[in-house]
Design a protein around this ligand. Structure first.
Ligand SMILES: [Fe+2]
Length: 252
């Protein structure tokens, strides 16, 4: 099962199209975009940049579905700010799914990829931290756990915008929004956590695009962002107990 991960496009719709082209050529696969799809303040339109972004996402979703790939996207801080909290592209975007899945019960989906099944859980951007964030993030994880219960061998893939500070994928993180995801991952043990937000982390001392969390056993991915081109990671998930095969393309 192949997973492609990009993040923090910040309004680079051409980059998103390029990632979709690669996903279509790599199908069957999941293309995951872990937030900050738009830029705030809007840099390319006077208002409502999120609306054409939404249209682009749906068109890409339809195109990928026709080629056997699935688009999954979650919100980042810029998406939340730009859409005044509406963030309609949170969730799994493919025909048959509503795009306003802001509730935990609608945040996890079964995704058939070739011969394999994955459970994908998308966590929305949160401005808070501490106990309230921990409680809310736990609600989304619990909904995913219930969906995954009949399929314990299937990979469980989380999309969460903030990379955890103090780890190789979150070098330079300036705040602790991501602390909740670390706690919840340790309790729920997802297979993979796809994050972003910390653009330069993979290039900084002690940084890396991938990191396996010893507490949860989850593989964390943050491909980072550069001013030109897109950063794309591929994660090949086998059917056995061997670890995923990871590759990072930092300037596509
Ligand atoms: Fe961000």
């Amino acid at each position: 099962m192949n997973l492609l991960h990009t993040t923090d496009l910040h309004g680079d719709l051409a980059g998103l199209e390029a990632a979709a082209d690669l996903a279509a050529a790599s199908a069957p696969c999941i293309l995951a975009v872990s937030g900050d799809i738009v830029e705030w303040p809007m840099r390319c339109l006077e208002k409502d940049e999120w609306m054409p972004c939404m249209d682009t996402l749906f068109k890409i979703s339809d195109r990928l579905a026709a080629s056997g790939a699935t688009l999954a996207a979650t919100s980042g801080n810029h998406d939340a700010w730009a859409s005044a909290g509406r963030v309609p592209w949170f969730g799994l975007l493919r025909p048959g799914f509503a795009a306003d899945a802001l509730q935990p019960a609608r945040s996890s989906h079964e995704v058939q990829i070739g011969d394999g099944l994955a459970i994908v859980t998308c966590f929305p951007w949160r401005n808070d931290s501490g106990p309230s964030a921990l409680s809310a993030v736990t609600d989304f994880a619990e909904a995913g756990r219930m969906l995954r219960e009949p399929f314990p061998e299937s990979p469980w893939i989380w999309l969460y915008h903030s990379a955890p500070g103090g780890t190789p994928v979150g070098v330079g993180a300036a705040n602790d929004e991501a602390n909740a995801i670390m706690e919840v991952a340790a309790a729920y043990r997802p297979s993979i956590v796809l994050c972003g937000h910390v653009h330069g982390s993979p290039w900084l001392d002690g940084g890396a695009p991938f990191w396996t969390d010893p507490r949860s056993g989850a593989l964390f991915s943050n491909p980072g962002r550069r001013q030109t081109g897109i950063c794309l990671s591929s994660i090949e998930i086998g059917t056995g107990t061997e670890p995923p095969v990871c590759n990072w393309r930092p300037n596509l």
